[in-house]
Design a protein around this ligand. Sequence first.
Ligand code: NAD
Length: 474
Amino acid sequence: MTVPAQVHASFDGPMVMIGFGSIGRGTLPLILRHIAIDPAQITVIEPLSDFAPILADHGIAHVPLALTPENLEPTLTALFPNGRGMVVNLSVDVDSIEIMLLCQHLGVMYLDTVIEPWPGFYFDSPLPNKDRTNYPLREKVRGLGKNYVGGPTSISCCGANPGMVSWLLKEAMLHLAADMGQPIIAPQSRAGWASLMQSLGIKGVHVAERDTQISARPRPAGVFVNTWSVDGLLSEGYQPAELGWGTHEKRLPANGHAFDDGAGYAIWIDRAGADTRVRSWCPDVGPQFGYVVTHNEALSISDYYTVWQGDKAAFRPTCHYAYHPCPDAILSLHEINGSGQLPREKHILTSDEIVSGGDDLGVLIYGHAKGALWYGSRLSNDRARALAPYQNATGMQVTSSVLAAIVWAIENPNAGFVEADEMDHALCLGVQRPYLGRIEAHYTDWTPLSHRINRFAEDGDATDPWQFVNFLAV
Ligand code: NAD
């Protein structure tokens, strides 16, 4: 199984990739396969030299540097002498917002997969928990974006999730509309998509993922094993749990708090996301637990799909991540939740180490007349390995999203600050579909109240299964 080397776009300016970790290594071959670009135009800024031979093999320049608040501006300015080009930020520990602003001043396009701060925000921070959430980070990006309307395209948070799941959500809604006998006309505006969601009777959206990839080697105690950035999962997993908050919700969960500034489309829970479980559903296994790890899409989707009547939200869906990581990552989280100590060693499973499993990543849209619909990508590691080098199933879903975002940016170079919800979902999924395995739709009559081994005293609301308090398992 190979993907035809269809060229989706041409790019003749400098392209700078920041970070050459699991996602950077997987993205590079897709860029070289699908974008007409001279490899001599590409530079990778990455402090580690472990994978430098891959860059040398392709004739790509390597700047072996850790970006800091002091060296960021001179380093990037020197790499973009002509006021055009693109930054593809796939690093940890480099402040996304600072790069976004610098790119606007340099006249350069930008994209990332997460709003990343400088070190000191996620751990050992003096900030109260409320301020360590993603809400203030996203509000800052959205606020700054208003100053750069029509500026060089600057895509915030566009990997698989956040990212691709926003495109899958639109496809899922059109699928549901067709199955409900409604005319399938894709709305052309944000307000149109929001009223379509309201008219479909959707109450909420889980970004529902199950990663089943396993290695033949048992996980050694003390080693945090994952299928993508261990640093990334630790950072977001130990931010407070956070979710977009729907208008159908009757009450906050225990330790839940509203934000008192901005449009107020989200809430946070005073508990680590990697220790906050919800009941959810994925096609491989059916009912499952997922973690409410905070993610930009939980905020952007609830914000994007709000139906406004004046300054009042007449409709808004609840939205959050319900993430079942790979078995070794579950064990790793269990270990550090118990020990209260960060791991002594970190390891990302490569496609060659993984002996079976894959990643089911999609949206579970619930509360409508047909119950719940899961719609998403079902990709095995075996298939991912055959499709492109240097990545497992999880990586493939992310890197193909980054490729799609690069193509969209090249076609829309002056879009200013955007998120995945605001991009052309059909174009983007068209680019990445060959890499997503099977895209499947599954209806289920499952609800968070329906599967229990014995009944115990628990907070909940028997009058409406789709209340968040029924999903939350404490
Ligand atoms: P990784 O940990 O494998 O790689 C991160 C790389 O950044 C490392 O190679 C590291 O050396 C480099 N780096 C660290 N500090 C740096 C600095 N100061 N300057 C330049 N480079 C620096 O992570 P990954 O799995 O490749 O993920 C990359 C990013 O993508 C992470 O932020 C992660 O959270 C994000 N991500 C997003 C999604 C999504 O779907 N949206 C999915 C996976 C990963």
